[in-house]
Design a protein. Structure first.
Length: 353
């Protein structure tokens, strides 16, 4: 894994041992060819296509491979579990003959992106002497089976168990019933680093404030300050600095977000309808599938207006609507899947072969 204070702290809070294979990197570093945030002036600048995404994932793999390979040589693991774009781990598994487990993070990655990534890594594979692409012996899939795309190999379905952090330092109101209908607004950690991303958040907030709801801004404090909101915050608006979504969402009625896989899945666990504004990578697939499945609605980022945000969110909040019913059906489906503890037995069987 790459290192960053937030990532390593989260790993340690989960009771795990984290070892960095490479230094901390940002989205502009890895996926945008090192372009500084000030050059990303609009959402269209993030639309780099399948080949651009493949180039970014390949670049990350090239950076991380040496450290990953050193760790594998020293530790000699029995299995390697990698998410679909963790190509450094996959290459190391193939090179050392270690059984590879692919752990999907949600909806499957676009096949075109994976192909573009592997094509870009051909020279690295030649350099390390790996003649074939590593293939997983088992796929673990945390996406509800009825939501997953049907054009990929079926995996071992596993219950999605959210972990977004611990309870330390959280305000008391997180654990109390909401005083009114509560909506969570979150756009992840990358978008607010762009000036246009902050403008997007303001537009979303303006639309939500036209509804009779309490809006919880799940953003870090620095980005909330950069929004230029009054101090104290307007009535009906709360700021929750990096609050674990798994603890916040039980008190919410809907989630408005950027299409991140973790946010999508955590909202489904809690049976909440979603309004998704995709802007990068697989977030477009997320918005597409959630809309098709009837568990929420997507808003094209170039069409965002306060009126459209207000009306779209109102439609998923309105009583016992079909979006809420479909989201609750997904929550039941997720709960019916095998637990991570049960999936471990499959991994043990692989090691015992």
């Amino acid at each position: 894994m790459t290192s960053s204070e937030a990532v390593m702290a989260g790993v340690e809070r989960a009771g795990l041992l984290g070892v960095a294979s490479f230094g901390s990197v940002t989205i502009p570093d890895g996926m945008l060819h090192g372009r500084p945030p000030q050059e990303i002036r609009t959402a269209s600048d993030l639309m780099i296509g399948d080949d651009g995404l493949g180039a970014g994932y390949a670049r990350l793999a090239e950076w991380a491979f040496a450290g990953t390979d050193r760790l594998v040589r020293a530790w000699r693991p029995d299995l390697m579990v990698c998410e679909p774009t963790a190509m450094a781990g996959m290459l190391a598994a193939g090179l050392h003959g270690i059984p590879l487990i692919e752990h999907r993070w949600g909806l499957r990655s676009a096949p075109e992106v994976i192909t573009a990534t592997m094509d870009r890594l051909e020279s690295l594979r030649d350099e390390i002497g790996l003649s074939t692409e590593p293939k997983p012996e088992l796929i673990i899939d945390v996406c509800p089976p009825s939501l997953q795309f049907t054009d990929v190999a079926a995996g071992a379905a596993m219950r999605y168990v959210p972990y977004n952090g611990g309870t330390e330092g959280l305000p008391d109101w997180v654990f109390q019933p909401a005083p009114s209908t509560r909506v969570c607004l979150t756009v992840g950690t990358a978008l607010p680093s762009f000036a246009w991303g902050l403008r997007l958040v303001r537009d979303l907030l303006d639309g939500l404030r036209e509804l009779p709801v309490e809006v919880v801004l799940a953003m870090n404090g620095e980005h909330v300050t950069q929004l230029g909101l009054p101090d104290p915050l307007p009535s009906g608006v709360r700021a929750a600095e990096r609050v674990p979504l798994d603890l916040l969402l039980p008190s919410c009625a809907a989630v408005v977000h950027h299409g991140g896989a973790g946010t999508m899945s955590t909202a489904l666990v809690h049976g909440l309808p979603q309004v998704i504004i995709p802007s990068f990578g697989d977030s477009y697939l997320t918005a597409e599938r959630i809309t098709e499945a009837g568990a929420g609605l997507g808003i094209p980022i170039d069409q965002v207006s306060s009126a459209l945000v207000r009306d779209t969110t109102a439609s998923v909040l309105d009583g016992d609507n079909p979006y809420r019913r479909r989201a609750r059906a997904f929550a039941r489906e997720i709960a019916e899947q095998r637990s991570p503890a049960e999936i471990v037995s499959l991994l043990e069987d692989l090691v015992a072969r």
